[in-house]
Design a protein around this ligand. Structure first.
Ligand code: PLP
Length: 395
């Protein structure tokens, strides 16, 4: 018999049994009315998870990266200027995609471990009196560094400058796990995928477009075919796709939205926060530091943990996989070898997390780090006992 441990990577996340079953369905005719009974509720569910009453939701057989491409190619033209901060591997990759599409990227170099610098954005936007900047990019949760950025502050920067640029937010590792307010934050395009907060296998690129972003599609000239939202919208009007949809994943997405909304988004976010605080208590007990520079930046979905100078953090991840059959995340890019990451999002409980913390402890002790077995587990247990789940009202 083979046993399966939960994974503690920051996506793909653990798949609950009911979602696995929802994805595993017999073939249906994707041009029959039955498909509409899956597609429309899934889109409506995503809209609610985004906390929007009006976002146009498009779902592609793709991943978050395809969501980025959908955002850019449907709203911009070659030579357009966009503003972006480089503060981790994923913001770096989105910038690279912009450049490969012939966009002019005003890159704000930001130390890894810091969030999107809304104050610097404010200065740049205020100085752009000719409104050359067409879109402002923000990675809500930098999965490489475990840093959450303040999207409301980025919106404020745009509003204070009276700047008409669109706001594009990468919510790949936040949506469905951490507070995300599409309408309140004035987001124009939100991007995510199926394999993180939605607890599904990878395979869907999910985007929400505001009315302003939809308007921009009319003049945007970047080439697009597979990710053309107009083709998609035309299909949706007939409960269909312009090509073959990933029906099982869409059925899973519909069920996943139902799960998140049944739990209540406020409870989902509180659960993620509680689990993350337990991990952070453990990190403190180990005498280690997070990559995130200050508590206001701490991510509730992933912790990137710095290991002592001269120690290869990746060895923890390799050892955990080989010896204990447990998956943690390696450091990426600038912080490769300097951090290891504990993913704590999706289908997870306090008790599951304790097993991950215990495993990290065993690995660090095995590899010679000065870690007292049980120290992190005890700190997390104390936190979880003192902060039991209380039902929250949705706000
Ligand atoms: N953006 C962020 C913040 C991510 O964490 C990821 C993947 O981990 C991506 C974008 C890319 O998404 P995908 O791997 O689904 O294409």
């Amino acid at each position: 018999m083979s046993f399966q441990n939960p994974v503690f990577i920051p996506g793909p996340t653990n798949i609950p049994e009911n979602l696995r079953k929802a994805c595993d369905m017999p073939t249906i005719d994707h041009r029959s009315p039955l498909f509409g009974q899956i597609l429309h509720p899934a889109r409506a569910g995503v809209q609610k998870v985004l906390k929007s009453t009006s976002a146009e939701v498009f779902i592609f057989p793709s991943t978050g990266t395809g969501g980025w491409e959908t955002a850019l190619t449907n709203t911009l033209s070659a030579g357009d200027t966009v503003l972006a901060a480089r503060n981790g591997m994923f913001s770096q990759r989105w910038i690279d995609m912009c450049q490969r599409h012939g966009l002019n990227v005003n890159v704000v170099e930001t130390p890894w471990g810091q969030g999107v610098p809304a104050d610097r954005y404010a200065e740049i936007l205020a100085a752009d009196t000719g409104h050359q900047i067409k879109a402002v990019l923000a990675t809500h949760n930098e999965t490489a560094t475990g840093v959450r950025s303040n999207i409301a502050a980025v919106r404020q920067a745009l509003d204070d400058a009276g700047h008409p640029a669109m706001l594009f937010v990468d919510g790949v590792s936040s949506i469905g796990s951490m507070e995300f307010r599409f309408d309140d934050w004035g987001v124009d395009v939100a991007v995510t995928g199926s394999q993180k907060g939605f607890m599904l296998p990878a395979g869907l690129g999910i985007v929400g477009f505001s009315a302003k972003a939809m308007e921009a599609t009319k003049s945007a000239k970047l080439p697009r075919t597979f990710f053309d939202v107009h083709d998609m919208a035309k299909g949706y009007a007939n409960s269909a796709y312009p090509y073959t949809p990933a029906v099982g994943l869409l059925n899973g997405l519909n069920t996943a939205c139902g799960m998140l909304l049944d739990e209540g988004l406020a409870n989902v976010f509180a659960r993620h926060h509680r689990i993350a605080e337990g991990v952070r208590a453990a990190v403190g007990a180990w005498g280690l530091d997070l990559c995130a520079a200050s508590p206001d930046l701490y991510s509730d979905t992933v912790s990137a943990i710095r290991t002592p100078e001269g120690f290869n953090a990746t060895s923890i991840v390799t050892h955990a996989a080989e010896v204990y059959g447990v998956a943690f995340g390696v450091g990426l890019g600038e912080v490769a070898g300097k951090v290891f990451r504990i993913g704590h999002l999706g289908s997870l409980t306090d008790v599951m997390m304790l097993s991950g913390i215990a495993t990290a402890e065993m690995c660090m002790a095995d590899l010679g780090l000065d870690i007292t077995l049980g120290s992190g587990v005890a700190a997390a247990q104390d936190y979880y006992r003192a902060n039991r789940a209380e039902r929250q009202q949705d706000a």
